[in-house]
Design a protein around this ligand. Sequence first.
Ligand SMILES: Cc1cc2nc3c(=O)[nH]c(=O)nc-3n(C[C@H](O)[C@H](O)[C@H](O)COP(=O)(O)OP(=O)(O)OC[C@H]3O[C@@H](n4cnc5c(N)ncnc54)[C@H](O)[C@@H]3O)c2cc1C
Length: 381
Amino acid sequence: MEQVDVAIVGAGPVGAALAALLVPGGRSVRVLEARSQPSRDARTLALSQASREVLEDAGGWPETGVTPIADIHVSQKGGPGRTLITAAEQGLDALGYTVSYAALESVLEARLAAVGAGVSWGTPCEAIELGERSARIALAGGGAVEARLLVLADGGANARRIPGLSYAEKDYGQVAITGPVRTDKPHRGRAYERFTPRGPVALLPVGDRFALVWTATPAEAQRLLTLEDAAFLSELQAHFGDRAGRFVAAGPRASFPLKLRTINSTIALRTVIAGNAAQAMHPIAGQGLNIGLRDAGALAAILAADPSGDPGAGAVLEAYRRTRRRDAGRGVAFTDFLVGAFMDDRRLPTWARGLALTVLDVLPPARRWLAGRMIHGAPAS
Ligand SMILES: Cc1cc2nc3c(=O)[nH]c(=O)nc-3n(C[C@H](O)[C@H](O)[C@H](O)COP(=O)(O)OP(=O)(O)OC[C@H]3O[C@@H](n4cnc5c(N)ncnc54)[C@H](O)[C@@H]3O)c2cc1C
């Protein structure tokens, strides 16, 4: 049976970035991926400067196809208040960057191949056996890998196999419709987040167009997905308004059901649970992968502090849990609060939301605090 220091289940961006961070430090790593080839997932991701730094350390920052976000315009439909958070005010070149999931996947895959830690495609983890000295991962179709540390970065597919681990889930009853759209005005690096009673709508600058994330009920989403482009654009215009210009073109649309899912512990015997496998959240504030990459960066830093130490030792696991608890917990709470506050008048009435946006607009320190948290997350303690 193959024996490695670290087995990573899942070659999504979190698992792949973690592997790319660990291999140059001398750890033997095996990445096991269920899919037979890269996903070519169409979603666009907004990544913070902190995520860029993790990916640069991993050698997985895409050199092309990245669009800087100069500012973010936040508003609510049917109510007062708006605010503009700018990179200049934060003393930054960009508040963040947009990149496609597929581009990130392919840069990380190339990086892993270059450092000799190729992904084992088409090898789903089928069973997990945890022991005091190692974790044993049985693969579909036969074969097994033994690792001193198992990292589940599989979006939540396998943690339930581990005794004591369980998820809490909340179905938002919403679906995100994504796809490229074009307006008749240049975006100049501006992203838009518009809260509406039917859910948030975001426009992210990508190249010379926008990536749309439009949240709707499942029935509404089904209808919107099947509309002709012209009818879709006209509904989008009516829903979003004209602050980004007139919508003139739309590309292929995809849809993603939205749930909040959190695990009861991010560690188990010889195991770390990272990225969406630990916390999967609403894309409303673009936090999911940013938090997942901070999971990967934190674990890599803990392991690098003792390069020849046992990567699955109890002290390592506990250090990881302690380091990540606050940031991940606050990211989940913030995202969940935004979903409720901007959609449910009983939780926060329209005037109070307007007031919150106005306070942000007139108080630069409040904007700076919020932007800082979204870029770097919450400190460990
Ligand atoms: C519409 C939308 C927009 C979003 N926008 C943003 C954004 O702007 N910014 C942001 O930070 N986040 C955003 N997110 C969240 C982001 O996409 C996720 O947080 C991120 O993809 C999580 O990465 P991951 O590597 O943890 O998991 P995943 O991307 O889910 O990857 C998990 C991998 O594990 C593999 N796997 C599953 N089961 C097994 C198994 N048994 N054996 C082996 N491998 C397995 C899967 O095939 C997959 O490749 C968005 C999400 C959505 C839905």
